[in-house]
Write a protein that binds this ligand. Structure first.
Ligand SMILES: [Mn+2]
Length: 414
């Protein structure tokens, strides 16, 4: 993505904050896995949204107000020939400046000194940090550690959460994000088609995973999040990740996968019979989900409250299942529908955005329309999940080209 995207994101962010308030965002570091081995580094999504830089142990220091980025500094790890020989090249100052559009590049070890100077000066008495934990008992990340440091050394400084401000920005996707998402959708489609084309009764889930990853890697693209590829009864584990099962004749294969392009993710679920033909019961249930999805894409438009997406999915799908004779009463629907159907997608696969149940849909939002049906008695479970872009007049299904109707799916096997 062009650095004008990151520059605009930072300007919008700084403009939301009090004049002189500091905004600090860390890129993060990979946690240790075992002995001297680390998990792969995954750049903090807010850091990359604001800078475009994939480098561990980097820090963005911005200053609030309408200054348009005056006073912002990016701290990157200094060149280190020995460490780079082992662990790979570090981003250099001129590259970092080119990618992010930040003029002032310094080295990470200078960050503490500069922060101390700023806070001691009395000119900056508010510090914004993105204070996010998924569970309250998880170890402190760099923002929490820094918050504690500031509280101990500079008790007059007020610490505020930067996250609501970044979440407000991330809610509405810019045209370049949507372009990146379209590319990611195309790669996602290639991955799913590769699996369908390789399929035959008896194929292992890990073989299908290899097909998906090979299709992605031909584009140098990584999965947005760990792919979910399961078959038969394994489809009843919503976040299944074992890949050891076998897709037997008569099984539905479930893919809940997405490619990442330029930091933008997709999240698409498809289900298809490993033998290429839907059974009668698979056909009944799949058609309910498909009709529900088609209905949603025909009515979603700006102004509709976010909660209605989930609500209508559940109600409409219930009516389809009732008409098909599968589900007798509304009270039973929870037996077959195990999860909600609408989460935003963007720089995160479950995107971190400012959205509440009554938030009206607005152009530029992208969220999943996900219909899951789990019929344990019949041994059939699956999801049909697409990525919905809100447009000026309605919505667009960004993943519509990936086979989704029964006819489209069966024709891949013919
Ligand atoms: Mn998904």
């Amino acid at each position: 993505m062009d650095n004008s995207f990151y520059i605009a994101n930072r300007r919008s962010l700084y403009a939301r904050l009090e004049k002189g308030a500091l905004a600090i965002v860390h890129s993060g570091a990979a946690p240790r896995k075992t002995n001297d081995e680390y998990y792969p580094f995954f750049t903090d999504r807010n850091f990359i949204y604001l800078t475009g830089i994939e480098q561990d142990n980097a820090v963005l220091l911005g200053i609030g107000g309408d200054g348009g980025g005056l006073g912002e500094t990016l701290f990157i790890p200094p060149p280190d020939l020995m460490l780079e020989r082992w662990n790979g090249r570090r981003v250099k100052a001129d590259e970092a400046s080119g990618i992010s559009g930040i003029q002032d590049i310094k080295h990470t070890p200078d960050f503490d000194r500069q922060l101390d100077r700023f806070l001691a000066s009395g000119a900056h008495d508010i510090v914004y940090l993105p204070l996010f934990k998924y569970t309250s008992d998880e170890p402190d990340g760099p923002a929490y550690r820094l918050a504690r440091y500031i509280r101990d050394r500079f008790p007059h400084v007020v610490i505020k959460d930067l996250l609501p401000h970044i979440k407000a920005l991330r809610l509405i996707k810019k045209p370049c994000e949507i372009e990146a998402m379209r590319k990611a959708e195309a790669v996602t489609g290639e991955g799913i088609l590769a699996m369908m084309k390789a399929a035959r009764p008896g194929i292992m889930e890990y073989e299908l995973k290899a097909e998906l990853e090979y299709a992605f890697m031909k584009h140098g693209v990584l999965p947005a999040s760990p792919p979910i590829i399961s078959a038969g009864e394994n489809n009843f584990c919503i976040h299944y990740n074992a890949f050891r099962g076998c897709a037997d004749d008569g099984d539905l294969v479930l893919n809940d996968v997405g490619a990442k392009w330029d930091s933008v993710m997709t999240d698409v679920s498809r289900a298809w019979p490993v033998n290429g033909r839907f059974s009668e019961r698979q056909r009944i249930l799949y058609q309910c989900a498909y009709d529900t999805s088609e209905h949603l894409f025909s009515i979603i438009k700006p102004g509709m409250p976010m909660r209605d997406v989930d609500g209508i999915i559940r109600k409409y799908n219930f009516e389809r299942m009732r008409d098909a004779g599968v589900c007798k009463s509304w009270d039973e629907i929870g037996t077959y529908m195990w999860h909600g159907g609408a989460h935003h997608v963007g720089f995160d696969v479950h995107d971190v955005v400012a959205v509440a149940p009554d938030t009206p849909l607005a152009p530029g939002m992208v969220f999943c329309v996900d219909i899951g049906i789990y019929h344990m008695e019949w041994g059939i479970g699956f999801r049909l999940e697409d990525n919905c872009l809100i447009t000026e007049s309605g919505c667009e299904n960004l993943s519509k080209d990936i086979p989704r109707s029964i006819e489209e799916i069966e024709s891949v096997f013919n």
